[in-house]
Ligand binder design. Structure first.
Ligand SMILES: C[S@@+](CC[C@H](N)C(=O)[O-])C[C@H]1O[C@@H](n2cnc3c(N)ncnc32)[C@H](O)[C@@H]1O
Length: 397
């Protein structure tokens, strides 16, 4: 059973839906899914990430690895320390509640490897405010290094760029295969399509899915995809394709002078992502710790995500002159960066039991260990990244 919306959530969702319906009308009756997702998540002041709901953590809609356990961020810090060496800076994209930033900085301080600067680029004003509150409580020597950016830095940085669960939050396209060609999925207004009366119960709130001719960008991306997959996909197959990955990677690549970009997300190499049996794609919605696949419910008060095609990420990186220096599961990365050692360091019995439980959640294949992957994209970085020493999945890309 899906939890009910509170009266405030109900009102908020109605406002977001009204905005989207307005945009559907302005666009002539149909809006591509990518634009629906953009509005539902990021419409200024209204979208899920732009407005003030709890979002992350046990009291919110979903829990990310840094929220599950600080062990995750402590391992990330060890990888950062190796890349930073004796200098450099960190840029984090989409820092959520700021928990990873706080723990990475505290760990680097204890390793004597504090970066000269820890910059955060966050599109959500609400989350940026929460990050400020959390990081403002760090000791002065640490908090003075944290800055928030409005846009990507103009000057290339040397050091590390971090993004945990950001790629999956980029608005994606959706397609469905008909005979021989892809159609694009998007949203329409039911009463206007089917002559329903606006006064009908709930009719002023609904959006429905409709397909249409894809635009040239999606048509050519789908044709290229279908041409290269090892197995044909059946008619009626639907999935996601994120055309924003390449420009997003290109923008960040421009910022990386020397160092490594570490991307953490749930995702797969292309041949697994577009497996013939994955007939309904990877789109998932998160609402009060429930996972479901209906993006047209709870609009504006639930998260919408799609898994990441890591082959697309790697292709985009190579096109920008970056090296794909590592690709492995989250479990392999955490084990290689010493999660077991960190666990062994806790001598208090109660704390050890708690940390062991958290580590299981981060590491087990049925939890976050295998579905989540880590990719390292580097420029001018000649160290063998320790996080990727145990597993190399690059040949699967
Ligand atoms: C699923 S949350 C993950 C938050 C955090 N990294 C964590 O792991 O807890 C996605 C985050 O990415 C941010 N975001 C989405 N698109 C972004 C973009 N284009 N650039 C930077 N941040 C973005 C969101 O506002 C949010 O902070």
């Amino acid at each position: 059973m899906m939890p009910a919306l509170s009266p405030e959530e109900e009102a908020h969702s109605r406002a977001v839906t009204a905005l989207i319906r307005e945009r559907v009308r302005a666009a002539g009756g149909w809006l591509p899914f990518e634009q629906f997702m953009e509005l539902a998540l990021y419409a200024p002041g209204l979208g899920y990430y732009s407005a003030g709901s709890v979002k992350l953590g046990p009291g919110g809609d979903f829990v990310t690895a840094p929220e599950v356990s600080d062990l995750f961020s402590r391992c990330v810090a060890r990888q950062c320390a190796q890349v930073l060496g004796d200098g450099g800076e960190i840029l984090e994209l989409g820092a959520g509640t700021g928990r990873m930033a706080a723990v990475v900085l505290a760990s680097l301080a204890s390793l004597g490897k504090l970066p000269a600067r820890y910059a955060i680029l966050e599109v959500s004003a609400d989350l940026a405010q929460r990050q400020r509150e959390r990081l403002g409580k760090l000791p002065r020597e640490i908090r003075e290094r944290v800055v928030w950016l409005e846009r990507l830095p103009q000057q290339p940085i040397n050091g590390v760029i971090l993004a945990n669960e950001v790629l999956d939050a980029l608005p994606c396209r959706r397609f469905v295969l008909g005979t021989g060609a892809a159609r694009e999925l998007g949203v329409a207004i039911p009463d206007e399509l089917h002559g329903e009366q606006p006064g009908e119960a709930g009719a002023d709130q609904r959006l429905i899915e409709r397909d249409a001719e894809p635009d040239p960008a999606l048509a050519s991306a789908c044709a290229a995809l279908l041409g290269e997959l090892p197995a044909p996909l059946p008619d009626g197959y639907s999935s996601e394709l994120c055309l924003r990955i390449a420009p997003w990677i290109a923008g960040i690549a421009d910022c990386l002078g020397r160092g490594a970009m570490l991307l953490f997300d749930y995702g797969l190499p292309r041949a697994h992502y577009y497996h013939p049996q994955r007939t309904a794609g990877t789109l998932r919605c998160h609402f009060k710790q429930r996972v479901h696949d209906d993006p047209y419910s709870n609009i504006g008060v639930q998260d919408i995500t799609a898994w990441v095609d890591f082959t697309r990420v790697a292709e985009a990186a190579v096109a920008c002159g970056l090296d794909v220096a590592g690709f492995c599961t989250q479990a392999a990365f955490l084990l290689a960066t010493g999660v077991e050692q960190l666990l062994a360091e806790s001598t208090d019995v109660v704390e050890h039991a708690r940390l062991a439980g958290e580590a299981r959640r981060l590491l087990l294949p049925g939890e976050m260990g295998e579905a989540f992957k880590v990719m390292a994209l580097t420029r001018g970085c000649d160290v063998a990244l320790e996080g990727f020493a145990l597993q190399d999945l690059r040949q699967s890309l």
